[in-house]
Design a protein around this ligand. Structure first.
Ligand code: PAF
Length: 289
């Protein structure tokens, strides 16, 4: 495995791989790698011939009062994880390489970036779409991999790639969970034992509402009320939003929404000072006969 920090070195290795006819897969990360990231690497290994993992804690997607400075940066450990997983190339640029002082251009997806996560974290998605577009231009992958846990993020990136005609395929891979159900996140390491128990209500409430929706004849709006009621039973979890939305537009369901709509339940909240998100697609029950 190679690991490089400059765009020049990155381009040499990518150029060589492409010259030998390899399809390039890219897994963008902010490091502090866990099994969720590894599932993206495995998907990339399955579908492409040369896997590039990027490790970059992107300052532009953190708000002023967020955890940019304390975000974990265990680079040596991440490199070992990548090596053992069979990643071909790791790109771990510094901030000045990705955002030189004279950087003036940012990319925004209006609308989708202003609701839900965007309402709670106003500059967040502008930073995400900008850094992802930059990384795509640097790595020039055939396929790029994201986790479904960041549901709104992958939807925005799909919109950006479509709007700007970026020649890359996007794969969204399933959320990986710990055995207790908590969605894997680099921020889970911030949680104390009690906070983790509180945080588990996010995945439990989502599972509960999915089962209610799939096994009973309730409307999406009723399901949304159930989700909020269940979460209200855990006051230690400070909820930012808990909602059920159209899986494509992210518009919240109302009394007129049909059960046939593709839906996703989304939650975000704080356990202690740690902000966590999770989501669950809601499937219509299979019709029999
Ligand atoms: O999902 C993440 O880890 C980050 O938002 C991403 C896509 C690597 C951009 O910094």
């Amino acid at each position: 495995m190679r690991n490089v920090a400059t765009i020049q070195e990155l381009r040499v290795h990518i150029g060589n791989a492409r010259a030998s006819g390899k399809r390039i897969g890219c897994v963008p990360t902010m490091g502090a790698l866990h099994a969720g990231h590894l599932s993206l690497v495995h998907a990339a290994q399955h579908e492409t011939d040369f896997v590039v993992a990027t490790i970059f804690v992107n300052p532009t997607q953190f708000g002023a009062d967020e955890d940019f400075s304390q975000y974990p940066r265990p680079l040596e450990n991440d490199l070992t994880i990548c090596r053992e997983a069979g990643v071909d190339l790791v790109f771990h640029p510094d901030v000045e390489t990705v955002f030189p002082r004279q950087n003036a251009t940012f990319v925004e997806v209006p609308g989708l970036s202003e609701i839900l996560e965007g309402a709670s974290r106003p500059e967040h998605f502008r930073g995400v779409t900008t850094v992802v577009l930059k990384l795509l231009h640097m790595v020039l992958p055939d396929v790029v991999y994201f986790g479904r846990k960041d549901y709104q993020q992958q939807l925005l990136i799909r919109q950006m790639v479509c709007d700007l005609n970026v020649p890359v395929e996007i794969r969204t891979c399933p959320t990986v969970r710990d055995s207790d159900g908590l969605a894997m996140s680099s921020r889970n390491t911030y949680l104390s034992g009690t906070e983790r128990e509180t945080a588990l209500e996010l995945s439990r409430s989502l599972k509960h509402v999915r089962l209610q929706f799939e096994e009973h004849d309730i409307t999406p709006a009723e399901a949304c009320r159930i989700l909020r009621r269940v979460l209200a039973d855990t006051p230690e979890l400070s909820i930012d939003y808990a909602t059920i939305v159209d899986a494509e537009t992210l518009l919240e369901v109302d009394e007129t929404t049909s059960r046939d709509t593709d839906l996703v339940a989304l939650v975000a909240g704080h356990a202690g000072s740690t902000r966590l998100i999770d989501n669950q697609p809601l499937h219509r029950p299979r019709t029999t006969g």
